[in-house]
Design a protein around this ligand. Structure first.
Ligand SMILES: Cc1cc2nc3c(=O)[nH]c(=O)nc-3n(C[C@H](O)[C@H](O)[C@H](O)COP(=O)(O)OP(=O)(O)OC[C@H]3O[C@@H](n4cnc5c(N)ncnc54)[C@H](O)[C@@H]3O)c2cc1C
Length: 403
């Protein structure tokens, strides 16, 4: 059983086989797999609790509907972990609030049917055999609230959402790692062999293996070891609406492909967001991310275009029905994470840059990083390696970053 505590002079460790910097979902999942591989593992988290920065800001959704084989494989493996989570962590009955109500990407574009049919054929060819193409009429048959303007959609029934908080704490409880709170890493010590330890506000811990999983702070933390990472930090907002009788609770995660605006049910109400609602500039990592009260109105106006029931909901909303929050995406040029060793500093590993998909990919991405630490997976077989940037293999993504 993992131990979560604020260390004192007696309990502060002097050494560890693996130190993970960051106690969000990715650091904690990494600790689970590292400790299960038999490694003495310590997580250092500067805040008062685990999962309290980006992970708590998340929309908590997961999908396997991606267009690149490595992403599809990573999400399918992660969803398999979600589906069997209590068994995976060895805690019978542990509940992560799994809702497999599907992901619906729909569009009103006239060329939607042609485009989405081709996309589904491509996804099926790369191993996503349960994704479906739907015509506009099929969408309205399944979800009568969909607008007559909808021309086509893609659908996968096993996509959905969960509780990122329970997921993180489940990985922590099921691990054999130690989780040190209010412990901030201030330096990564490097000697001729590579990583030699970390310095914190409470003292120094010797180690030959460090994993950076510091969310939006990962670039800053990497600089402590002299490493430069290609990460861009952007604010993302979301809001939760209080229960309302007109919000269909059997709806899927629903995304307008034209705008990228999305919503899904949430305990009688809904969770909504839209990356492009407001222009966002690259920013410094923040612990308190400001919100903007124009955001909910912009999103509601957008989602009502293809799901007109939102007009009625919006008309009856009061200020106290809207719970607005914000976090930051940590984005790489190709919107794929950077996993595994940092080549110039032996012993330095990365689990960063998920570009808005870090909750859904946390099991497999973290397992994969640990497999490279133990040598089970060769770094050269790793499609998410840091070197892809140096080798110029990266195709800069121009796709909208949808959830
Ligand atoms: C609005 C929004 C919606 C999102 N929706 C989804 C979604 O639906 N599905 C999905 O998969 N993803 C989603 N994401 C992305 C997802 O939330 C992130 O990819 C994921 O939470 C990243 O986890 P993390 O552990 O890397 O980061 P974090 O949760 O930010 O954890 C990093 C931790 O590192 C700690 N730290 C930093 N520096 C130090 C230091 N020097 N010393 C010690 N500790 C340090 C921080 O305090 C923090 O707790 C969303 C993000 C946002 C903002």
């Amino acid at each position: 059983m993992g131990k979560i505590f604020i260390p004192d002079a007696q309990t502060f460790p002097s050494q560890a086989e693996v130190i993970i910097i960051g106690g969000g979902v990715l650091g904690v999942a990494t600790a689970f797999y590292a400790s299960k591989a038999g490694l003495d593992t310590v997580v250092l988290e500067m805040r008062d609790s685990l999962a309290s920065l980006t992970t708590t800001a998340s929309e908590e959704c997961f999908r396997a509907q991606f267009s690149e084989p490595e992403n599809v494989a990573m999400m399918k493996a992660s969803i398999a972990v979600f589906e069997n989570f209590a068994d995976v962590i060895g805690i019978p009955g542990y509940n992560i609030g799994l809702h497999q109500q599907g992901y619906l990407f729909f569009t009103a574009d006239p060329d939607g049917p042609e485009r989405l049919r081709a996309q589904v054929a491509h996804q099926r060819s790369i191993g996503l055999d349960d994704v479906e193409f739907w015509t506009g009429d099929e969408v309205r048959h399944h979800f009568p609230w969909a607008s007559p303007r909808v021309t086509a959609a893609t659908w996968r029934a096993k996509d959905g959402w969960l509780s990122a908080h329970e997921l993180t704490y489940g990985f922590a409880k099921g691990s054999d790692a130690r989780f040190l709170l209010r412990t901030k890493v201030t330096n990564i010590v490097v000697d001729k062999q590579g990583v030699a330890g970390v310095e914190t506000n409470r003292g120094t811990i010797a180690t030959r293996t460090v994993v950076i999983a510091a969310g939006p702070f990962s670039g800053k933390v990497a600089q402590l070891a002299g490493a430069e990472l290609p990460l861009t930090i952007l604010r993302r907002q979301k809001f939760i609406l209080a229960p309302h009788p007109d919000i269909p609770q059997d709806a899927p995660m629903t995304i307008d492909l034209g705008s990228g605006a999305y919503w899904r049910p949430e305990v009688g109400g809904a969770a909504l967001g839209w990356a492009d609602a407001l222009p966002e500039q690259p920013a410094e990592p923040l612990e308190r991310v400001p919100t903007d009260w124009t955001f909910p109105a912009l999103v509601l106006e957008e989602v009502m275009k293809l799901a007109p029931f939102w007009e009625k909901v919006a008309a009856s909303l009061k200020r106290e029905d809207v719970f607005l929050s914000a976090g930051q995406y940590t984005i790489t040029p190709d919107h794929k994470p950077i996993l595994g060793p940092y080549p110039d500093v032996p012993g330095l590993f990365l689990n960063v840059g998920y570009s808005g998909h870090g909750v859904m990919a946390s099991p497999e991405g973290s397992r994969y990083v640990v497999a490279m630490i133990t040598g089970e997976t060769r770094p050269e077989d790793n499609p998410f390696c840091f070197e892809r940037f140096a080798r110029g293999e990266v195709v800069v993504s121009t796709e909208k970053l949808v959830i």
